[in-house]
Each structure stands twice: as C-alpha cells, then as structure tokens.
Design a protein around this ligand. Sequence first.
Ligand SMILES: [Zn+2]
Length: 354
Amino acid sequence: MAWRTPFEGEIVAREESCRICHENVAIKIGLVDYWDIKTCRVVACSKCNHIQLDPMLNDEETSKGCFAYYVEEFLRTSKAEQFKNCERNFRRGVVFGSQLTKRNIVPKFVLELGPGSGYFAAGLQFVFPGIELTVMDINRDVLRFNQEHHGFQTIQGIPDVNLPSCNNKFDLVIARDILEHVSDISSVLDNVNEYLKPGGLFHFITPNGREDIWKHYLTAKLEKKPSELLINHVNYFDGKGLRDLLNRKGFSSLDYYTYTFKTTLKGEGWRENQKLKSVVSKKLKADAFVGKADDLKHVEFNKAKILDKWYIRPKAKWITRWYSVYHHFNLFKISPYYNIGHEIYGLFRKTGEE
Ligand SMILES: [Zn+2]
C-alpha cells in the first residue's frame, strides 16, 4: 500500500493551456459535471503537475453555479448551524490574531478576499481593535452584510482582476478557502502581492488538492462516469507545487502546514476503495435552485449573542487552549509536502522578489 498513489490516466491534449505554466499536454484524471452547466475534464499538467478543470469555468457559469450552491446550502443549513459557523470563524480569527501577536506582528490595514459572514475578520479585530478592515467580494449581498453587520469597508471585485486603488495598501491579505475557486490563480497571487506593502503578510487556507480530487479520480477510474461538482473547486493544489508557486510569485513562507486528518485516516487521497468514490452525478439543475432564491429568509444575526457564546462553552474554551498550545510550541506540524490532511494553512511574507 503506497502512501502516495500517483494519479494514472491517459495523456491528452488540453482544450485550454495550463493557467500556471501554459503547457498544452496533461494527464486526464477525472470528469466532473458542474451542476447541469458544464462537464469538464480534470487534468494534471504534464509539466507543473497542477490539477485544474479543463476547460475552465467562465465567469457566467461560475456565478450561476455559485448562486445555485448558495441557495442549496442555505436551504439545508439550520439557523443553529449558521450561528455555530459564525462562532467557529470568530474563534479562528481570534486564534489567528493571537498567533500574530506571538510573532510581534500588529497589522493595521487588512484586506480579506471572499469574507463570507465576516466573522473570521471580526475575530481578528477582537485581538487588534485598531485594525482597519476591508473586504472584497463579487456578491453585493455579502458586501452589504459585512458593511452593516461589522462596519467593514467593502470593495466589489474578484481577486483575479487587479484593482489599482488597492495596490501597496495592506499589511495583511487574507484568502480563506478562496484559492481553490479562482480561475486564474497566477493573476490572483500577483494581485495579492501588489496589494501588500513591502514585507506584508498573506494568510490563506485551501484544501489539500490530493484529497479534494480523490473521489473524482476514483469515480472516473472505477465507474468511468462523471462525478458531481456542486461547489466550484477548479484548482487542486499539491503541497510542494503550491509552495513553489508562491515562492515564484515573491512570497516566502513563515508557516506552512497541513491539518485535519479525519479524512486522511479514511484513506481519502491514497487508498483505492469503492466506498471512497463520489456519488455519481444526480444531474441537479442549477435553475431549479436559482428559482428558489425567494425562499431565502433573511436570518437575523444577533452579533452580541454570537460573541457572547464564542468562548464560554467549555468545549470551545478547550479547543482554543489546545490550539494555542499546538501553535505556541510549534508541535506536530505536518508539511503539506506529504499531501495528507484535509486543509493547507499558509502564512507567507511578501519578499519583493519575482
Ligand atoms: Zn502547468
């Protein structure tokens, strides 16, 4: 049983060249239905190994599928769960902020790409009350919520397109669970670099692509059928490839590790097991969910109530402490180079080198 099984597949000519190195040849490792919007191959670049959809989703397809997913997720998530997610993100923001204080880093101008509920940034602001927070998103509702609920400054935009007004402005740029969604990862990293002041920090989390792609790979291999892709993961990073790319884009690593091993223990990402394959496409129709947009009832988020709860639950307190110990003493950090673990954590510094 190999710890890392290399992907097998036929060598194909790509419909679109690699977004990172522009190579036109790849290994086909899967086939996915992005809703009923588009069927794409999943390919691993023959030159740089980066795994992407081919062809890539265009902006219109992305925006339709993302909205359908937003409605679908909202309808299956209870209010209690939504509250819990906010608490959890707030806690993570606090933990992240406390890690920065241990390095004597005090950011002032912070940009978060794709902030979601904004509670991670709110947690960071809890640690650094003097911080000035700006959030960037394509979705107006997300921006309105962040503005009204947290008082953050907002910018409508996508990370792939450079906004000159942001250049050289920020001490810290945050992109949590964003990099796997962007069609042009190369431009996104260039833009993050531009937005940062010299020596500024870039924090991200992104799924370990080897585990994230595994069910699609197995479905293609075992069933020879497309699997379903409801959320637009279009990039699947491997630990070494992502770090090399960041280095080439002018970032040096302060902290780079992988975490959450529940999925790894199940063998997702290295074991070939029928049970691990994806549900074969149910052909969900995006329009059916887009049409239910009116069912979204506005959830009244009571921030005071959420913040009241984030740390006093015994479990939460324990987790926060455990996290601090874990990070403070640098214990048990596993390199993403092994391509195990569910998520990759990165904290990088802009070096100014190209
Ligand atoms: Zn490539």
